[in-house]
Design a binder for this molecule. Structure first.
Ligand code: SAH
Ligand code: SF4
Length: 393
């Protein structure tokens, strides 16, 4: 397990001060869709193309302030900064793993809620290019109460806005770009390799499909070719398995990856750890996955957290194999990251391999994912980084 060296900084931004002083914080510019921004810019008496410039500064250049937007007039920059905040998140703490591959941020939202965001760095392995994956939150807390999940055990606070979701990627993008530039300076990378964040996974705090509208809104911003330009195939949404929203997502015409947190092959086992299973039982969930895969022509990813003695037997592997037989899918087996106060242990790697063998008997491809980074003793929630390269490559 990786241990973290910690650096922390106190939140100093205007929003926190405004909250303390009882004044109203400005609305976040990251909550505007592209067409909202055009309207706002025109209302300010500026030409339409200025909106494209602002958008580019926000998402392509990941500027930190309106002042940096040097292609805009000083007056326009002033108007923008008097109207909008560029700081929906302030860093409360950050941690980087000793091997440098993983960084995690604790961000404070304008109302004081705390969320986590992770950056995972993957070096090229010969046939796959360097990747930087941002793992982001969609809610402060979560109402779904999965028993192995630290966030679920903390309860629900609130949904994040579109701006709070995308601002996490922008924050991480600033770091990723600075690192790329440093690599170019030292010759580790060529100029053409300035890429920033290449992949985004919705696997942080919260259930994305409970916050459906803002999750989809955020995906559209991340996807925009004039901004962050994260390809839909490089975006993965992970869900506990909300059937109506999965079916709705199938009709959105988004080529994203869908990952279903299954964690058990039958209702009895799944209901023990995932209360949502009582509402959406396994067979119905898998049926919805078939519909999703048929409509989108996309392979489904299943996440299966291995909990020692609970869901990791060879019989359960075979049952899972039968359940998923005939579905275009891939299973990620993830030895549980024990949470503080939690009762679950990870099975040994040899058992995980045997489980994988059981799936193979039914022709179901799978990968055992060892975590990358995040030491649970560093006091994180459930947000942990892990190797998800086949999802996000
Ligand atoms: N709510 C969504 C997305 C956030 S959780 C979901 O449940 O899918 C992202 C993934 O982390 C899920 O697969 C979840 O089951 C898994 N997870 C939660 N707690 C974990 C733990 N302690 N160890 C390993 N994975 C965990
Ligand atoms: Fe919520 Fe996902 Fe955690 Fe379950 S695993 S409690 S759905 S964040």
């Amino acid at each position: 397990m990786t241990t973290f060296s910690s650096s922390s900084s106190a939140p100093t931004e205007s929003a926190t001060q405004a909250a303390a002083e009882g004044t109203q914080a400005l609305p976040s510019i990251f909550d505007l869709s592209r067409s909202d921004l055009v309207s706002v810019v025109e209302e300010m008496g500026e030409k339409r193309f200025r909106a494209d410039q602002v958008w580019r500064w926000l998402y392509f250049d990941a500027a930190e302030s309106f002042d940096q937007m040097s292609t805009l007039s000083k007056t326009f920059r002033n108007t923008l900064s008097e109207t909008f905040s560029m700081a929906p998140l302030t860093e409360a703490m950050s941690l980087t793993s000793k091997d440098g591959s993983t960084s995690k941020w604790l961000f404070r939202l304008q109302d004081g809620e705390l969320i986590e965001t992770v950056l995972m760095r993957y070096e090229t392995d010969g046939h796959r290019r360097n990747r930087k994956t941002a793992c982001i939150s969609t809610q402060a807390g979560c109402a779904l109460g999965c028993t192995f999940c630290a966030t679920g055990q903390q309860g629900f606070r609130r949904n994040l806005s579109v701006g709070e979701i995308v601002a996490q990627v922008v924050a991480v993008q600033r770091v990723a770009i600075a690192e790329d530039e440093a690599d170019i300076g030292t010759g580790k990378r060529t100029k053409g390799e300035l890429q920033g964040v290449t992949n985004v996974v919705f696997m942080g705090m919260g259930e994305p499909l409970v916050n459906y509208k803002n999750t989809v809104g955020a995906i559209r911003v991340l996807n925009d070719g004039q901004g962050l330009n994260i390809g839909a195939r490089h975006i993965t949404v992970s869900t506990v398995g909300l059937i109506p929203e999965i079916l709705k997502l199938a009709d959105e015409d988004l080529q994203i990856n869908l990952a279903i947190s299954l964690h058990a092959p039958d209702n009895q086992t799944r209901s023990q750890t995932m209360p949502i299973n009582k509402r959406y039982p396994v067979e119905e969930l898998v049926r919805a996955c078939h519909t999703y895969a048929d409509k989108t022509k996309r392979r489904i990813f299943f996440e299966y957290v291995l909990l020692k003695g609970q869901n990791d037997s060879i019989e359960q592997a075979q049952k899972l194999g039968r359940l998923l037989n005939g579905l275009h899918c891939h299973v990620n087996l993830i030895p549980v990251n024990p949470t503080s106060g939690g009762v679950y242990e990870r099975p040994e790697m040899s058992l995980a391999k045997i489980f994988q063998g059981g799936l193979k008997q039914y022709g179901i491809p799978s990968t055992v994912r060892m975590e990358k980074g995040i030491d649970i003793n560093a006091g994180c929630g459930q947000l942990r980084a892990r190797v998800i390269d086949n999802i996000s490559s």
